[in-house]
Write a protein that binds this ligand. Structure first.
Ligand code: MLT
Length: 317
């Protein structure tokens, strides 16, 4: 059986698949068009976010049973088209949790401390000791989405003596209490939080969930973080909210279009930006790759579907 990997992946992943007796076709950087030409003999695919898995590709892949996303977000895969064709789509929900949580926390510190401007001024030859930072202790953090990453961020924020509000329909009051988080909803978070961090997938429901009306409800001087998916926050509305002074700062790792087209937003002094690198640690990339390889092996050899995200419960024959 053959596994196609149309993205850059750690060599260990290829080794695991080959050891299990699978043929591996590693094609990092291949275009969608070229991928369509070679998918007809493929039984499974492991993808990262570098390639779009389109309906045309899925239709051309006559033997394809499974697509595993080495990572959490799967918005680069047409999951509905896959479901119609009976192709299972899985993600690897755990391997990069820590990386994304640490990146969020690093950005939260940068939003509060004047580390970047201090460094820029010092390197330019100035000695400005008047830059005034703020402390996280005693502030309220609103987490919109309390999945694996949100939970890890909550744990550290609580250790920093922040109050943490969580909005997540899939975590009940008991679950929140066990975490030390106050069960909340978006409206309360908008009204009360000093920092709001988003940990949600991009879906029809979450696209543009934060626009001008939501920014208007926030506290003056709120700080915004997004290490989940661009498109959840409307970028034009965020730019306006920063320019009006409502939002004191934003830290963005993800964008509605990548690379980002919202240059006037990311060039603002109040914006700290990184190029979708939240999960790009050495450890996380190995973790998600190994998880993906093991999930392919479990599915192809044992029919076990471990982390399905498109409702297809069985491999097609
Ligand atoms: C993820 O969804 O796993 C992360 O955003 C990293 C990525 O897209 O590669």
């Amino acid at each position: 059986m053959k596994v196609l990997i149309p993205d850059k992946i750690n060599a260990k992943v290829i080794e695991i698949l080959q050891k299990a007796g699978l043929e591996v076709d590693s094609k990092p950087g291949i275009s969608v068009e070229d991928c369509i030409k070679i998918v007809d003999e493929v039984d499974a695919m492991i993808v990262r976010s570098g390639i779009k898995v389109t309906p045309e590709m899925l239709t051309a892949a006559k033997k394809l049973k499974l697509v595993v996303r080495a990572g959490v977000g799967y918005d680069n895969i047409d999951t509905e088209a896959a479901a119609k064709l009976g192709i299972v789509v899985e993600n690897t929900p755990f391997g990069n949790t820590n990386a994304a949580a640490e990146h969020t926390l690093a950005l939260m510190f940068l939003l509060s401390k004047k580390i970047l401007p201090g460094q820029a001024e010092l390197k330019a030859g100035a000695w400005n000791r008047k830059l005034e930072a703020t402390e996280l202790k005693g502030k309220t953090l609103g987490l919109v989405g309390l999945g694996n990453v949100g939970k890890k961020v909550a744990k550290v924020a609580l250790a920093l003596e922040m109050t943490v509000l969580g909005a997540d329909p899939f975590v009940d009051a008991e679950g929140m209490k066990a975490l030390g988080v106050h069960k909340s909803d978006l409206e309360e978070i908008l009204a009360k939080a000093d920092y709001i961090s988003f940990h949600l997938p991009l879906t029809k429901e979450t696209r543009d969930m934060i626009g001008a009306a939501e920014f208007a409800k926030m506290k003056d001087g709120v700080r915004i973080l997004n290490v989940a998916r661009g498109g959840v926050i409307n970028e034009d509305a965020l730019e306006e909210a920063i320019k009006s002074g409502k939002v004191a700062g934003a830290a963005l790792d993800v964008y509605s279009q990548e690379p980002p087209a919202c240059r006037t937003l990311i060039e603002l002094d109040q914006v700290i930006c990184t190029p979708h690198q939240g999960a790009s640690t050495k450890e996380a990339q190995i973790n998600v790759g190994i998880d993906a390889a093991n999930q392919v092996i479990a599915a192809l050899f044992h029919g076990k579907i471990e982390a399905c995200v498109n409702g297809v419960a069985k491999l097609r024959s």
